[in-house]
Ligand binder design. Structure first.
Ligand code: PAN
Ligand code: ZN
Length: 192
């Protein structure tokens, strides 16, 4: 008889924005990603405090194509200079693996880019379901004053490639300009 992987539940504790069981938790502080922000002087001045930028609570399932990875991200509010707190951003290691995001709380943007330099961004608020098609790098940005909390699901074998975005960046950055959320060109973007 075949041994089947057993079905199981995970509970999203909405008031605390955590999963039960917590699963594999990834914690990103400013020091883990300071070089990704535009204003390096502001990044350095925040380094003593080293704020928590986001946490990812991963439900643990095998990393193979038959399975579906799923997790909750809690992206905290804050800015480095005028640039809003964001995730590192990545392509999937297997480039053509898609993803679905569902926003529970807060507000933000999902920014996406292809290797040819096509750029798109979507607004997210509670209830928004966003589709990241195959081949698009993706990053989320918290443009609000509360934690931005979303669920994600993607093929088990997708993997994460952070290096390309670290090197090239996204074409645009999301900043606060006199109290308004603005998308502006990234002067450090370099299409190789
Ligand atoms: C998400 C992200 C999560 C954190 O689960 O991994 O929001 O962002 P970074 O991975 O860019 O640090 C996802 O897109 N998984 O594939
Ligand atoms: Zn992803």
């Amino acid at each position: 008889m075949t041994t089947h992987f057993k079905p199981f539940n995970t509970l999203f504790l909405e008031s605390q924005s955590i999963l039960e069981p917590k699963g594999k938790v990834i914690t990103r502080r400013l020091s883990d990603m300071a070089e990704l922000y535009q204003d390096q002087k502001s990044a350095q001045s925040l380094m003593d405090e080293n704020p928590l930028v986001y946490e990812v609570f991963n439900v643990e399932v095998p990393e193979s194509i038959e399975h579906i990875q799923h997790c909750i991200t809690v992206l905290y509010p804050g800015k480095v200079g005028e640039e809003f707190f964001m995730t590192k951003g990545h392509y999937h290691e297997i480039l053509n693996r898609a993803e679905i995001y569902f926003c529970f709380k807060g507000e933000g943007k999902l920014v996406m880019q292809t290797q040819d330099g096509d750029y798109e961004e979507l607004d997210m608020k509670p209830g928004t379901i966003s589709y990241v098609p195959p081949n698009w790098a993706h990053r989320t940005v918290n443009t609000g004053e509360e934690p931005f909390v979303f669920f994600a699901a993607y093929p088990g074998d997708a993997g994460h490639n952070y290096g390309d975005i670290e090197k090239i960046g996204f074409r645009k950055v999301i900043v606060n300009e006199s109290g308004e959320v603005k998308t502006v060109d990234n002067p450090r973007y370099q299409l190789s």
